[in-house]
Ligand binder design. Structure first.
Ligand code: AP5
Length: 211
């Protein structure tokens, strides 16, 4: 199954995409994670992306499109994949339609107020990418990743002024994808406001994945 998950910042795209990918045994492709890996490894791509990410702007389409073309051509994507963070503009969606066939698109909705609250409490593991929340999904030991014991960090773009900018660009540039995929009869709407397990349950039911 070739899937897309999109929604505002903090809607739980990354959290849910990891669960779906594990369940279906397909790769979870997060463009944000790919950029952050490149920033940590000080690559050219990382240097280019960082200046946009730090201020809450989208990385230019040409850079992202090239990167996603390369990633989707890799053999582990043959049985399917879940894209998290791509597409974010209509142009990116149009290019994707030329590269591959998408089966279903999950739109996870939360309010802007909830988005700011969730992102402010997010803690991420820089080693294995695990994501926690200090209140809604705390690690067993404070400040440490459950899986690898790595020290949990606050992402550089998770400050309130940057979150507000990221949300504004989401409404302007990414939300129009809803109509784009509605027209293709691929859109599945998901309420992202309930607790993590309940959102997973709704997604599994709507994708007809058995537990
Ligand atoms: P990216 O890394 O994709 O960030 P984002 O879109 O801003 O999304 P987030 O990771 O902030 O939120 P999420 O929905 O994944 O939430 P999560 O599951 O972590 O992109 C970063 C940047 O890269 C962009 O700003 C842009 O610059 C660049 N970029 C990436 N792709 C691009 C593209 N295609 N084009 C151009 N630029 C691109 O959950 C958040 C928190 O809430 C966690 O703490 C979690 O534990 C908690 N939580 C999750 N679900 C629930 C729930 N149901 N109830 C309570 N808490 C919950």
């Amino acid at each position: 199954m070739n899937l897309i998950i999109f929604g505002p910042q903090g809607s739980g795209k990354g959290t849910q995409a990891k669960v779906i990918a594990e369940k279906l045994n397909i790769p979870h492709i997060s463009t944000g994670d790919i950029f952050r890996d490149n920033i940590n490894n000080q690559t050219d791509l990382g240097r280019k992306a960082k200046k946009y990410m730090d201020v809450g702007q989208l990385v230019p389409d040409d850079i992202v499109i090239e990167m996603i073309k390369v990633r989707l051509s890799q053999t582990d994507c043959r049985p399917g994949f879940i894209l998290d963070g791509y597409p974010r503009t209509i142009l990116q969606a149009e290019v994707l339609d030329k590269i591959t066939e998408i089966d279903k698109v999950l739109e996870v909705w939360i309010s802007d107020k909830e988005s700011v609250s969730r992102i402010s409490g997010r803690r991420s593991c820089p080693i294995d990418g695990s994501v926690y929340h200090i209140k809604y999904n705390p690690p067993k030991e404070e400040g440490r990743c459950d899986k690898c014991q790595g020290k949990l960090l606050v992402r550089g773009d998770d400050t309130e002024p940057v979150i507000i900018k990221r949300l504004a660009q989401y409404h302007e540039q990414t939300e129009p994808l809803k109509k784009y995929y509605q027209k293709q009869s691929k859109l599945i709407e998901v309420d992202g406001m309930p607790p993590i397990k309940d959102v997973t349950k709704e997604i599994f039911e709507k994708l007809r994945i058995t537990n």
